[in-house]
Design a protein around this ligand. Structure first.
Ligand code: CTP
Ligand code: MG
Length: 249
């Protein structure tokens, strides 16, 4: 019974270019990973597997200690109080994000089986706990895959290789997809087995976890995400996040 989360943090953060793993980069005085794990704790998720670069496991252990999670929670969500103590395990990730999620699933397979698994990126540190709880609650036997999405505000056009417009894209049915993505444990395990069996298929390897479910022909439901769950990819993203935290006081 219950819910668990895999927080992927095994990437190197090349585009951010900080010289250390992106998840360890500090914003508002706390590492991004501490916020991401604290947000899960505040959402009531009791078990977290964090995937880390294989040569950084000790540094990641320090970041998910109770005191560090409490400090991050106090910085980002002071109104929500102290996060409950949770079980956090650090696991070595893989060469791709998909391989890192698979490594997290292997660790979970040896633990008490949760009903729902959330797959989240440490690169979305300020994801509101309320949004996380909403996703976990939306998973049911009938609806095994639920992911957050935002309506797209910009006008979208298709262009050819020379930059000439070849068509406009109707926006009403488009969503920009975020994490965490929430799954029934059975469906996520089947989707990853499906993906692993087709590892040479590049189109499939490039997708997110929900993409593997879609590739199996099963339904994925999109519910409202939150602008606060934006992803940190570049130095400009990090600077914007720093400003947002500064505005909190
Ligand atoms: N990730 C992972 N294992 C990998 C690659 C990525 O767990 N082998 C995680 C990252 O740590 C991140 C999430 O997947 O939390 C989304 O990836 P991305 O934003 O691309 O992060 P990085 O791969 O670290 O950044 P970059 O691509 O710029 O190197
Ligand atoms: Mg990457």
């Amino acid at each position: 019974a219950g819910c668990a989360a895999i927080v992927t943090a095994a990437g190197s953060g090349n585009r951010l270019g900080a010289g250390i793993p992106k998840a360890l980069v500090e914003v508002g005085g706390q590492p991004m990973l501490a916020y991401a794990v604290a947000s899960m704790a505040l959402a009531g998720i009791p078990t977290i597997i964090v995937t880390a670069p294989a040569n950084e496991l000790a540094a990641f252990e320090v970041v998910v200690a109770d005191e560090q999670l409490q400090a991050a929670a106090a910085r980002a969500w002071p109104e929500l109080g102290i996060p409950p103590s949770i079980e956090v395990r650090i696991a070595a990730g893989g060469a791709s994000r998909q391989a890192s999620v698979a490594a997290g699933l292997e660790v979970l397979a040896e633990m008490e089986r949760p009903e729902v698994i959330l797959v989240h990126d440490a690169a979305r540190p300020l994801t509101p706990p309320e949004m996380i709880a909403r996703l976990a609650d939306a998973v049911s036997e009938e609806q095994g895959a639920v992911i957050p999405g935002l309506a797209v505000a910009d006008t979208l056009k298709r262009v050819d290789d020379d930059g000439f417009v070849t068509g406009i894209i109707e926006r009403a049915h488009l969503r920009a997809i975020q994490t965490p993505q929430a799954f029934s444990t059975d469906l996520l395990a089947r989707a990853h087995a499906y993906g692993a069996a087709r590892a040479s298929d590049e189109a499939l390897a490039a997708t997110d976890d929900a993409g593997l479910v879609e590739a199996m022909g099963e339904a994925v439901r999109v519910i409202d995400g939150d602008a606060a769950a934006s992803k940190i990819t570049t130095a400009a993203d990090l600077a914007a996040l720093e400003l947002r935290l500064a505005a909190l006081g």
